[in-house]
Design a protein around this ligand. Structure first.
Ligand SMILES: Cc1ncc(COP(=O)(O)O)c(C=O)c1O
Length: 480
């Protein structure tokens, strides 16, 4: 007698009538929860899409979509002969007490070195400033300014304007897989303000901190200025090398990382590494600062959920920013802190990092609540996909032999690898001399060890300008 397939013993019943969640998302979530709870062990073979679709009386497309999402996130692997299996590299011991994903939080459910010059081509850290709906924003800001009550002239809540916090919680549930209460959401002055608040609350002078190497230099500088002892942890094609971090500094107090889209290499932290990091942090009582600065912009499917969505031991401080999704001049960002830290963060926010201007927060809240934000992200994702494709094609045509372009599925920039021995500094200087923002990968490195490379943002490169700009890059490579 053959034993039943492990999937057929699971409760995969889908809710057709009462749930607003699409069927593929329900199926994705049920399988994901079964893997994390150990009910589908690593290596388990999943039924063919046709078979599961017939069992569940859904279309093959529904099962395909759920499998694709699980494949993209690393829960499943596709094996030619063996079909689709649960990723054998996942270690069930690391899953701990998994907290299943809950349906999206509803907005009503809760209580109560930047630059100011014109962007240069390839300049990192900026969204497409030419494509921001300025008229709409101005209208919303004007309405808010005109209807400002006397109460609103007083001090705003240090943790943020409640409707904006509600809208952020709602956005994070839908786009980043984060299930949090509004009390856990703090409005900050961009990522940098959020990091400052986290450091103020959690770190003491001399505390050991893992820093991605290469890693975001503004986070590195802030941590250094705050007196942290930095321990560089290398990054490879799977993201942060957690094993190296544990070996080099097993009792770090905090980890700074960019799991969705490594800054600046662009790789995504794989699921086995995510679980390894969370398990170590839970065991050691370390904090993880997750910088999710542009996770919304993924081009090959829906955005991957944040690391925070897997954190059942409450170790992750999630930091988001509107700098890429709206515009950096707004200086608005947000933190999601574990429930046990809410009180400490609230006290520190009140005294050290109160939330920014109420007028801007209220305008942003309207923008989110009226659906403009979701539409804007969708529009920008399509625009960035076009700009990215045009710049990649142009650089490959002009500089193909000299520059190997790495394009990842997320974010607003490309890495251009130079041949070993090329002088990245001289090339970057020639780019700057032509008015192009050529940034070297080495400025992000602590210990070096990376081949020479240049970074190119495509956010502010209109499609029609890509060929001419690529020719100027070629000239800089040729020493002209
Ligand atoms: C890695 C990284 N984190 C965060 C940010 C956003 O920072 P802020 O919100 O302070 O503008 C950026 C902007 O370029 C970034 O590159």
């Amino acid at each position: 007698m053959t034993s039943p397939h492990p999937v057929s013993t699971l409760d995969l019943a889908l809710e057709r009538e009462r749930s607003a969640q699409p069927l593929y998302q329900q199926l994705y979530q049920r399988i994901r929860d079964a893997i994390l709870a150990g009910r589908l062990p690593p290596g388990t073979r999943l039924p063919a899409t046709r078979v599961l679709a017939a069992d569940l009386a859904v279309s093959r497309g529904t099962v395909d979509q759920a499998y694709s999402q699980l494949l993209a996130e690393g829960f499943l692997l596709s094996r030619a002969a063996a079909g689709t299996v649960v990723n054998p590299a996942l270690d069930p011991k690391r899953f701990g007490q998994h907290r299943p994903l809950h349906p999206a939080a509803s907005p009503g459910a809760a209580a109560g070195s930047a630059t100011s010059s014109m962007p240069l081509p390839f300049q990192l850290g900026l969204p497409a400033l030419d494509a921001f709906p300025r008229k709409l924003w101005t209208r919303l800001a004007g309405q808010r300014a005109r209807s400002l009550s006397q109460v609103a002239l007083s001090y705003p809540s240090p943790v943020g304007y409640l409707p904006l916090r509600q809208a952020i919680a709602h956005h994070l549930a839908l786009f980043r897989g984060i299930d949090c209460s509004v009390e856990q959401v703090f409005v900050t002055s961009g990522f940098q303000g959020g990091l400052g608040l986290a450091m103020q609350t959690l770190l003491r002078t001399g505390d050991a901190v893992w820093m991605e190497d290469p890693g975001y230099f503004r986070a590195r500088k802030a941590l250094q200025l705050n007196g942290a002892t930095l321990h560089p942890v290398p990054v490879d094609q799977h993201g942060l090398r957690v094993e190296d971090g544990i070996r080099r500094c097993p009792d770090a107090k905090l980890v700074y990382c960019t799991p969705s889209h490594h800054a600046p290499l662009g790789v995504t932290l794989t699921l086995p590494r995510r679980l390894e990091l969370l398990a170590w942090a839970a065991q050691r009582g370390a904090w993880i600062v997750e910088d999710d600065y542009d996770g919304e912009f993924r081009y090959d499917g829906p955005p991957l959920p944040a690391l925070q969505s897997l954190d059942s031991a409450e170790r992750v401080i999630y930091v988001g920013s509107f700098s890429k999704t709206l515009f950096p001049g707004l200086r608005l960002g947000y933190l999601v802190v574990p429930p046990g830290l809410v009180e400490r963060f609230a006290q520190a926010a009140d005294l050290f990092a109160p939330s920014p201007s109420l007028l801007d927060q209220a305008t942003a809240a309207d923008f989110l609540q009226q659906g403009h934000f979701a539409r804007h992200i969708k529009r920008m994702r399509a625009l960035y996909a076009e700009r990215r494709a045009a710049l990649v094609a142009a650089l490959e045509t002009e500089c193909g032999g000299r520059l190997r372009i790495d394009q990842h599925a997320v974010g607003l920039q490309l890495v251009g690898w130079l041949a070993e021995g090329e002088d990245d500094q001289a090339i970057a200087a020639r780019l700057w001399a032509q008015g192009l923002a050529g940034q070297m990968l080495s400025t992000f490195c602590l210990n070096g060890g990376q081949p020479p490379a240049l970074l190119f943002s495509f956010a502010n490169v209109p499609v029609e300008q890509a060929p001419a700009l690529a020719r100027r890059v070629k000239a800089a490579l040729d020493g002209l």
